[in-house]
Structures are given as C-alpha cells and as structure tokens.
Design a protein around this ligand. Structure first.
Ligand SMILES: Cc1ncc(COP(=O)(O)O)c(C=O)c1O
Length: 393
C-alpha cells in the first residue's frame, strides 16, 4: 500500500516523548510549562454566558453558507472597526480554525512544489500545514538584538524568493518570540510582495495580547494597510481563549481587484467543506463581546509570570529572558553549555518539569527554551525555578 509522502508517517521513538510517557504512566504530577491550553490553567470564564451563546435556537437549523453567516461576519468586521480599520464584512471568510485557514490559503495560492516563506524561530505547525498541501516551506530567519528585540531582515527574505515562491507568511506577534511586525517591516514586506507578485499572509492570533515591551502602539492589524494581496488571519482560540469552539477567519485585503478574485475563489473552495459549525456562528457576536474580561485575566497572568521569571533570572544569573512584545510565551536563553535535548530531559527526569526546547521552534543554536506564561503562578514559578537552577553536570 502506498501512502502520501506529504508527511513522514514514521514516528521514531524520541527520548523526551518516551520519558514523558513514563512519567505520566507513573502518575507523576508534572510542572508543565508547555501548557498553553487556556481552558486548563484556572481562568475564570463566563461559563453561563458562553454556554447560553452556544445554545441559541438558530443553531437547530442548517443554513449552509460558504463564507459564514452575515451576522457573524458583521460582528468580526466590528472588531476591526474598533482597531480603526474600515474592513467590510464582504472581505471576511469564516473557517473552523486558523490552522484550517492556512490549509485553504495554501490550496488557493500554490501548486505542488511551490514555496511559501515562513519565519524562524516560529510556530512549528506552519511547515506541516504547507507540506500537507504539497507546498515547500522555506524558512527565513528573524534576528534578536538586545537594543531592538526581534526584527526581520528584508534582504534575506528577498534573497529566498524563487520563481516557485507564492507567499510570505508573517506572524504578529510571532510565536514564540512575541515580536510584532513593525509598520516599516509591514511596508517593506508589502513592497516585496508587490514587486514579486506574491501574497502576504499575516497571522494575528496573538495581536490582542501586547506585553510590557510592545512597541508604542503595537501594530494591531495589517488589515487595510497593504497594497499587495493580503490575507489576515485570526480566530477564537486566542482572541476569546476558546480553542474548542473552533472558529477562525480570513480577511482578504490589499489590491482591490486581486482581493475580489481571491475572495471569489476562496468562497468556492470553502463551499466544498462548509466546516464551520452552526452553533458557533450564532455565538460569534456574544462571544466576541466577552473577550475583554478573559483577555484581562490572561494579560495579568502573563505579566505576573513574566515579572517573576525576570526577577528569578536576574537573581540566578543563569539565564536571560528575551524581550516579549506580545503573545503567550517567554523565550529564555541559558548561560551554560548544555545541549537542548539534554536540558529538557534532565529537567523532566530530575524535577518533573516540562519545557519546550528551542529546536522545537527552529532556533538556530542550542541554549534556548520556550515557556508558556499561562500556567498558574505556583506551577510556573516552581518549574521555572528548576530551569534556572539547573547547572551543567
Ligand atoms: C501563531 C499561531 N497561529 C495559529 C494557531 C492555531 O490557531 P487555531 O487554534 O485557530 O488553529 C496557533 C496556535 O497556537 C498559533 O500559535
């Protein structure tokens, strides 16, 4: 039997996965600093309001609509109006998640063997999503300096463009580095995409979560700010911290004629799937209205954990916390010579502490770990204390 080569379907045993399975089988209570499921970290959700929003009578009727219900699209357009962006509901297309939106865009833009440029360090899923659609993900580096934080090198990005390149992807703020796109970077990406006839895809799932070192003001959306064909992605998994309700969307912007043609094709594609459930479509307006209450709690949690991490890193002298402009993650650079795998295994083996190694996000060398800032402070602090006290053996 032949299976597709879009994915490496072999799962060779990996040391961290095996150790984790052993710990779990033994019933160990882990200090899980990879936890980024907001529904598992003790936040106070408006339970009754959420359940009521998902139980509207309209949810009993099947109303297939490739782009989504007009009321839902209108409520999302209002979100952009609130950011000062005059987006029209006709530019919006619902999907069952942001990940699904990527899949549709890759189908829309590329043929097998075509390429998309993705940021590194970056969200590991992007390369897989591209491969599932037969595309090749080509990484472009983002760079860190103490003075400027993370930034893009437009010359490097341009050098990676080939006749097969179809799109440049940007994540703002990026996962895990937390860097927002700066207006000048967006302008330069726009010019580059226009010059080479490429689409620009901007993933803004963390855009509402500005951190203490966010640029004043952070670029909350690229929608309405570009001339090239631009797809802006967002969704409920982060914006309202409800990944389980499964809602994402695409705003198609930029060049009016191209955007109209892309929208026509995207709508045709969505019509084959009709994947967005009725109950969530009926709930969009109400769930969006509740976002500030949950976002406030999350921002407070991120800040408490991050402040503690900074103080602990300063005190221990064992690592430094990189600048986080936004998003849910902290990147810690450790001042030692342990390789990433040895470090994460040691932390889990000796201290029941789980962190993500930098290589998971394609950092260009050893010495980085990524922590979710979402866990309850007592868990976060206990785990991070182990991280910062671990010395090379
Ligand atoms: C940058 C980024 N984009 C997209 C997603 C996926 O979002 P969704 O749950 O809507 O598929 C994530 C999830 O963590 C993410 O970090």
């Amino acid at each position: 039997m032949a299976f597709s080569r879009r994915y490496d379907w072999h799962f060779p045993p990996n040391a961290l996965g095996e150790l984790l399975a052993r710990k779990q089988a033994a019933g160990r209570a882990l200090l899980d600093l990879t936890q980024s499921n907001p529904t598992r970290v003790g936040l106070d959700y408006a339970r009754e309001a959420i359940l009521a929003a998902l139980a509207r009578p309209g949810a009993l009727v099947y109303e297939p609509s490739p782009r989504g219900r007009p009321e839902a699209l209108g409520a999302i357009a209002e979100y952009y109006h609130g950011l000062g962006c005059p987006l029209d509901a006709a530019q919006l297309f619902l999907t069952a998640s942001t990940s699904e939106a990527y899949g549709h865009l890759f189908k829309l833009l590329g043929d097998p063997g075509d390429e998309v440029l993705i940021p590194t360090p970056g969200y590991p899923l992007l390369a897989y999503l591209a491969r599932f659609e037969g595309l090749r993900a080509v990484s472009y580096p983002t760079r860190y300096s103490e003075e400027k934080g993370w930034s893009l090198d437009l010359e490097v990005i341009e050098a990676l463009v080939t006749p097969r390149t179809r799109a440049v992807l940007a994540v703002s703020p990026n996962n895990p580095t937390g860097a927002y796109l700066k207006p000048a970077e967006l302008g330069a990406l726009d010019a580059l995409c226009t010059r080479h006839d490429l689409a620009l895809v901007v993933d803004e799932v963390f855009a509402d979560y500005a951190g203490p070192t966010a640029p004043p003001p952070p670029l909350r959306t690229a929608a309405g700010r570009t001339r090239c064909l631009t797809f802006v992605l967002n969704g409920f998994s982060k914006m309202v911290a409800l990944p389980q309700v499964k809602l994402g969307w695409v705003a198609v912007c930029g060049d009016v004629d191209l955007a109209r043609e892309a929208g026509r094709r995207l709508e045709a594609l969505l019509d084959f799937y009709l994947s967005v459930a009725g109950p969530v479509q009926h709930a969009v307006q109400r769930l969006l209205a509740g976002r500030e209450a949950i976002q406030r709690q999350i921002v407070a949690r991120l800040e408490v954990n991050e402040a503690w991490l900074h103080s602990q890193a300063d005190r221990s002298g064992h690592g430094r916390v990189l600048r986080r402009e936004g998003g849910w993650y902290a990147v810690v650079e450790l001042h030692d010579t342990l390789d990433d795998e040895a470090r994460v295994l040691d932390l889990l083996e000796r201290w029941d502490t789980l962190v993500h190694p930098g290589f998971f996000y394609d950092f260009n060398r050893d010495g980085f770990v990524v922590l979710s800032l979402l866990p309850p402070p007592e868990i976060f602090q206990a785990g991070a204390a182990h991280l910062l006290s671990v010395q090379p053996k």
